[in-house]
Design a protein around this ligand. Structure first.
Ligand SMILES: Cc1ncc(COP(=O)(O)O)c(C=O)c1O
Length: 413
């Protein structure tokens, strides 16, 4: 190989290798129409279970109105430039104050995209003397943030607190030599399996070890806790979480995110996060739209109640029907079946074409070989009829799989 472009035809990568047989259907599918529980996929209406529109805000008339008014008043350009140079506004600052108050922190700072923001939060918080200790199922944005870290990083198997303690001992020993500190990173809700990071147990380890804790609560913000303030609120450990990360891309059905914590730490991040300093500020419709959404999360608890009614009905129904939904404690609902990639595509195809159910499919290497994970995301705009219909469909699909009715070849579409 002597052309960097050679790889584009020789090795498309772990996902790209399936491009020919899956693009437009299993990968990069187009969902059309109004965002909701039913949308159009390949010209036909389907029951949609794959959007993180947890509270149903994406298409809420009040949200649509606020977005449209902000776009009419400011356009998509304002404010121009990065926050530090010329992209600051009173509304950005207001949103930061309101977010901080909502998640019970002194201050917060907006992030243009959650992903880039997280990369920079990690990159800014550690130097080569510091050690990062992180959960093995950490999201790609955490992994990418750590790739920029010049110091050591120690991984612990997912939610294995005993092993985390072993890593903390190693890290404590090492930082005693380097003079650095320790940053532990976990997620609040794990987005594939729906189980929660063991925040209580991790925070309890602060009694024995000196570290700071960063929690990525992309799926927990707005869905978890009595006020929707997140997984740490749900578990009663807000004081022990030093840095709280949320995105607008899920419950808020928008774009952007934020990091919240102590005032001095947020001020430091504001002046050091390269992905924010050297990138354009969030446009006004995103900021005003986020203010509106946050207000609705605060003042309309019925949205969360509706979400959890659907979540509980779906998860208990699937379990009663004999389906394995793992250890989820959040709205994220994985259904675990067993088979290869071929069978996984056959099942997905059957669900989409014969049951008109659209959900996401996850296979190796994201989950262990032999596991087929079909991920359902219940929302406040689903109905109990949607739930009953889906449980029955999954029951039938599992029976067909057990009877070996699905071919092991990849399904054509
Ligand atoms: C756990 C987790 N962290 C971070 C992100 C990135 O957020 P954003 O979509 O705002 O870039 C996501 C979104 O997919 C996520 O699931």
């Amino acid at each position: 190989m002597n052309d960097v472009f050679d790889k584009c035809t020789v090795n498309m990568g772990p996902l790209g290798q399936y491009a020919d047989r899956s693009e437009g259907y299993y990968m990069f599918p187009k969902l059309e129409g109004e965002i909701g529980n039913r949308m159009i996929f390949m010209g036909k209406e389907r029951l949609i279970w794959s959007l993180n529109n947890y509270l149903g805000l994406a298409n809420h008339p009040e949200v649509r109105k606020a977005d449209a008014e902000a776009a009419a008043k400011f356009g998509m350009a304002y404010p121009m430039g990065a926050r530090m140079m010329s992209g600051q506004s009173l509304y950005h600052e207001q949103l930061e104050r309101e977010l901080a108050a909502f998640v019970g922190r002194e201050a917060s700072y907006l992030l243009n995209y959650g992903y880039q923001g997280m990369v920079s939060v990690i990159n800014s918080m550690v130097d080569r003397r510091d050690v990062i200790v992180y959960d093995s199922e950490a999201h790609a944005c955490i992994i990418d943030g750590m790739r920029l870290h010049f110091g050591k990083r120690f991984v612990y198997p997912h939610n294995n607190i005993e092993n985390l303690e072993t890593q903390l001992k190693r890290a404590t020993k090492l930082t005693a030599e380097t003079g650095g500190g320790i940053l532990v990173i976990t997620e609040g809700v794990y987005g594939m399996s729906g189980d929660l990071g063991k925040l209580k147990e991790i925070v309890a380890l602060k009694q024995k070890y000196n570290f700071r804790l960063l929690v990525d609560d992309a799926h927990g913000f707005g869905t978890m806790g009595p006020n929707g303030a997140g997984t740490d609120e749900h578990l009663g450990v807000q004081d022990g979480v030093d840095l709280y990360f949320g995105t607008f891309a899920k419950s808020m059905a928008g774009i952007g995110g934020f990091i919240a914590g102590e005032k001095k730490v947020i001020k430091y991040l504001m002046y050091n996060m390269r992905s924010q300093i050297f990138a354009k500020s969030l446009p006004m419709p995103m900021v005003l739209g986020a203010l509106k959404r946050l207000d609705m999360i605060r003042t309309m608890p019925e949205l969360r109640t509706k979400l959890w009614t659907i979540v509980n009905a779906l998860q208990s129904g699937l379990k009663e029907a004999g389906l394995d939904i793992g250890n989820t404690e959040s709205p994220v609902t994985p259904v675990m079946l067993y088979g290869g990639v071929g069978e996984a595509t056959q099942i997905t195809h059957d669900l989409r074409e014969n049951y008109n159910i659209f959900c996401s499919i996850v296979t190796y290497p994201v989950v262990p070989k032999g596991v087929i994970l079909l991920r359902l995301i219940p929302t406040a705009v689903h109905t109990l009829e949607d739930v009953a219909y889906t449980i029955n469909a999954f029951k039938e699909v599992k029976e067909k799989l057990v009877r070996k009715e699905y071919s092991t070849e990849m399904a054509a579409f």
